[in-house]
Write a protein that binds this ligand. Structure first.
Ligand SMILES: C[S@@+](CC[C@H](N)C(=O)[O-])C[C@H]1O[C@@H](n2cnc3c(N)ncnc32)[C@H](O)[C@@H]1O
Length: 491
């Protein structure tokens, strides 16, 4: 859409229609939570102009995408929320604590009902402030009095003072910070929500009727009385106990407007960065390479630490980090001998120069041998060159001749480099090659637990126990997983 055809903001009627869809989703349209959400979305949506880049951090199922369709909206999430959610509408898979986004590239950060899920809220705010342009705005909607949800990823409830502190320590000036509702409303909500969780439908309906019919007026009345008392918390504002806090904060400074991108893919390319060093990426269809640290990413699987839709063209190519010599063609036997020599050097790993020269010669004859790339990757890892190791192993793992151990090596290096999604993808590939490798099953199980994919982890531990029914550690882990899955609640 170009600048002339793009509306400058949503029409009120359109906003109302979109909000009606959300209401169908969440039930009672008159409850204060829906009224607050409406106010929050309306002010954020109206604030955004067509040129603004809006980054919805931890967007989940992207319920609010349509409210920002007049702007340049990008959704990111790390997929650790509810297992049954549909994450297909996301633009980027990534961690809020390490956003794969260029510094100062975003006009608005949106963060709804997610701060409580971050293990390190200080780091999250640091990241919000890093990606915001000077003068950019953070709209945050964060639960305070709420049940634990999306467990075990539910870490903190932050007070007004905590939110203000998080802003101030990251050069964000608080423009508005208010509680969503009164203490009596919270009290009534908590009882109402708890009753709604009762398993017996008849008892539930009966109690809700009494609560909403008989008791609600008492709470409403108490609220009114509270409002008239000068010393009462709600009026004095000394104490608060709201369901949520609503925050708007602005990063100090000023910057030029962002240009409008005619294609969403161009926008993504403009703002996505290497998660490792936060520098821009060079793009081709299946791989992206960091322009600085040269680390390679793949976007063939949505569940990667870094992935994006609609990238450009160009097939992937073998890593070109050393010059392959123009050698005289070797005979098949000579090549075999040279490969054996290369493997021996890889095992002994005595002289880096000699090994590199031999591998370069082998690869100039046959660049499709997964074993050779695998050995070279392992060597680079031993030489403390993890970026090159990753590049070799990633390439080896894409070759048809790659065996299970190649994918496992890649997974191990990814794990050590703090790239759990890449590691998971590699272990999954290994599993396809050899589903009976017990060591691999343990690795796969552990990474799935780390990424909170408890359902899939449960299947893996069941498989481990099929091979070894007496393994007490596997049994203990399986029991814990079953308990987590039984208690899983929806956020
Ligand atoms: C309660 S949901 C809120 C989703 C959405 N913002 C909304 O309001 O509908 C919390 C979301 O935070 C995401 N999340 C949790 N930890 C994250 C992290 N470290 N990085 C990115 N997203 C994360 C979850 O995957 C989940 O989608």
């Amino acid at each position: 859409m170009n600048e002339k055809t793009r509306p400058t903001r949503l029409k009120d009627a359109e906003f109302d229609d979109l909000f009606a869809l959300l209401q169908n989703w969440d039930g009672d349209p008159s409850c204060h939570q829906m009224l607050n959400l409406r106010r929050f979305l309306k002010s954020a949506s109206n604030f955004c102009t067509p040129s603004m880049v809006v980054l919805d951090i931890s967007a989940g199922e992207c319920r609010y995408r349509a409210f920002f369709k007049h702007a340049q909206y990008v959704a990111i999430d790390s997929l650790v929320g509810d297992e049954n959610w549909n994450y297909d509408n996301l633009d980027i898979v990534g961690d809020a604590l390490n956003l794969p986004i260029l510094p100062e590239s975003v006009d608005v950060c949106l963060n709804t009902v997610s701060l409580e899920h971050y293990s390190d809220p200080f780091q999250a705010f640091k990241e919000f402030a890093r990606v915001l342009k000077p003068g950019g705005t953070l709209f945050l909607y964060s639960p305070f009095a709420d049940y634990e949800h999306q467990i075990p990823n539910d870490y903190f409830r932050v007070t007004r003072y905590g939110l203000a502190h998080l802003c101030e320590s990251n050069s964000l000036a608080v423009k508005s910070l208010r509680p969503s509702n009164s203490i009596f409303e919270t009290a009534l909500d908590l009882i109402d929500m708890t009753v709604q969780m009762l398993p017996d439908p008849e008892a539930r309906e009966k109690l809700l009727k009494i609560l909403r019919g008989t008791f609600k007026p008492v709470f409403v009345e108490a609220d009114k009385v509270g409002e008239t008392c000068v010393d009462f918390p709600r009026v004095s504002r000394t104490f608060q106990f709201p369901a949520l806090y609503l925050l708007r904060a602005v990063k100090l400074g000023h910057s030029e407007p962002t240009p409008i991108h005619d294609k969403h893919s161009k926008l993504l390319r403009r703002i996505i960065a290497c998660p490792e060093c936060k520098k821009p990426l060079e793009w081709c269809e299946l791989q992206q390479r960091c322009s600085d640290c040269k680390r390679v990413f793949s976007m063939t699987d949505k569940r990667l630490q870094l992935s994006a839709k609609n990238a450009g063209a160009e097939p992937p190519s073998a890593p070109k980090f050393f010059q392959m010599p123009d050698s005289e063609s070797l005979s098949a036997d000579e090549l075999l001998e040279l490969k054996k020599h290369a493997s021996k050097l890889a095992r002994e790993s005595k002289s880096e120069d000699e090994a590199l020269a031999t591998f370069a010669q082998v690869l100039s004859e046959d660049a499709e041998d997964a074993e050779i790339w695998n050995d070279l990757g392992v060597l680079h890892y031993g030489w403390d060159k993890p970026h090159l190791a990753l590049e070799c192993l990633e390439w080896a793992s894409q070759l048809e001749s790659a065996g299970s151990h190649v994918h496992v090596n890649l997974g191990d290096v990814c794990q050590e480099r703090g790239l759990p999604w890449d590691a998971l993808r590699a272990y999954r590939r290994a599993f396809v090659c050899d589903p009976s490798d017990l060591e691999l099953l343990w690795r796969l199980g552990a990474i799935l637990i780390k990424l909170n994919m408890h359902g899939e982890a449960e299947e893996i531990y069941k498989k481990i126990l099929e091979f070894d029914p007496d393994d007490t550690q596997a049994q203990r882990t399986l029991n814990e997983l079953e308990e987590i899955l039984a208690h899983r609640c929806v956020g």
